[in-house]
Design a protein around this ligand. Structure first.
Ligand SMILES: *[C@@H]1O[C@H](CO)[C@@H](O)[C@H](O)[C@H]1NC(C)=O
Ligand SMILES: *[C@@H]1O[C@H](CO)[C@@H](O)[C@H](O)[C@H]1NC(C)=O
Ligand SMILES: *[C@@H]1O[C@H](CO)[C@@H](O)[C@H](O)[C@H]1NC(C)=O
Ligand SMILES: *[C@@H]1O[C@H](CO)[C@@H](O)[C@H](O)[C@H]1NC(C)=O
Length: 314
């Protein structure tokens, strides 16, 4: 559950054009959960996954398997191994402090990236049992307790000057160096993928309406804009159901927008699905023409026209 929420949170953060590095570390005590989990992501690419319940240690991705990659992996792996110990200590000392006996979870999230002016943007925060606990401000080099009872942990971390120096070095420079290395190594993994757009219709048996689906799939990165436009070329809001952007499982994504129109307007109104994505130089526009079998006009890459007959995808 917690993992899912975390993923969703940083997926949202990663939609923007600038790249970001995220590390999630989770230590738990007495739960059915692994004692220690570590996840590193750049944007939405998983780089490092450690599960203390699994038999093997974190496995280096194939795309890092070259001299510089291996060297880099060793450095990151050492850092994260040390961090397992920090996390285990955090969950133990916190639960001991509160005389909590079992089922506790301690989470840390650190991230970094560059702002458009090149400066480093980094942050780190912890949660205990799913609630904000403490955070570290990289610029002022101070710990802040999110709740009064977290003050003991803030003091504990603040009194360790070596620990503060370690964090500052990591979040002021190490982290973005990692990000930049990883961006370079994973170029192939992050290569943009062009969306494929399919429009198909379905009659709803229970009413006299037609559901027209604009199915956009196979694109990367995740950020996409899909809109149904009416005759005047204006985006439609009413009668449009928007699906979530979903992973296809092969590193690409898909999204559906379903337009519902009445039978009466299906022959004398024109609707088109407009797709904007960073992999395209222009937009993709697919116009829905209601026929027995569906034929659509595709306008891609800023104006080149070609005609395409689509099978009814039902
Ligand atoms: C961790 O590994 C164990 C053992 O392989 C597995 O059962 C469990 O689902 C894994 N948990 C996560 C969160 O990956
Ligand atoms: C935990 O237990 C100790 C010893 O029984 C007690 O002194 C302390 O106040 C307890 N702490 C909390 C947060 O309940
Ligand atoms: C479309 O045609 C139907 C009947 O053929 C008519 O009732 C409706 O008003 C027309 N709609 C528009 C927008 O022209
Ligand atoms: C793509 O669509 C958007 C929104 O309608 C528009 O502002 C933009 O000019 C279009 N770009 C191209 C290249 O057609």
């Amino acid at each position: 559950m917690i993992i899912t929420t975390l993923f969703q949170a940083f997926m949202l953060l990663s939609i923007g054009a600038t790249h970001s590095f995220h590390r999630h570390c989770i230590a738990s005590q007495g739960t059915s959960y692994p004692k220690n989990l570590q996840i590193v992501m750049i944007d939405d690419v998983m780089v490092y996954y450690y599960n203390s319940s699994a038999e093997r240690d974190a496995v280096m991705p194939e795309w890092m398997n070259h001299r510089e990659g291996i060297e880099f992996w060793r450095e990151m792996h050492q850092n994260l191994k040390y961090n397992r110990f920090v996390m285990d200590t955090a969950v133990r000392s916190t639960s001991e402090r509160f005389n909590h006996s079992h089922d506790h979870i301690y989470q840390a999230h650190g991230r970094c990236g560059r702002r458009s002016d090149g400066s480093v943007d980094a942050a780190m925060s912890h949660a205990y049992d799913g609630k904000d606990f403490v955070s570290f401000d990289v610029q002022t080099r101070t710990w802040t307790a999110a709740v009064p009872h977290a003050a003991f942990y803030k003091r504990k971390r603040e009194s360790d000057l070596e620990d503060i120096v370690r964090l500052v070095i990591h979040y002021e420079s190490g982290c973005v160096r990692w990000l930049e290395n990883l961006l370079q190594f994973s170029v192939k993994v992050r290569e943009p993928k062009v969306p494929k757009v399919i429009v198909f219709e379905r009659l709803t048996p229970e009413s006299s309406e037609v559901e027209v689906t604009c199915h956009v799939t196979g694109f990367y990165p995740r950020g996409v804009q899909v809109e149904w436009l009416g005759s005047e070329g204006l985006p439609l809001v009413n009668g449009v159901i928007s699906g979530e952007v979903l992973p296809n499982g092969d590193g690409s994504y898909q999204q559906r927008k379903i337009l519902t129109v009445t039978q009466e307007v299906r022959y004398n109104q024109s609707y088109s699905c407009l797709v904007q994505h960073s992999s395209l130089t222009g937009n993709i526009t697919v116009t829905w023409v209601s026929k027995q079998s569906l034929s659509s006009t595709v306008i891609a890459n800023g104006g080149k026209q070609r005609h395409k007959k689509e099978e009814d995808q039902r």
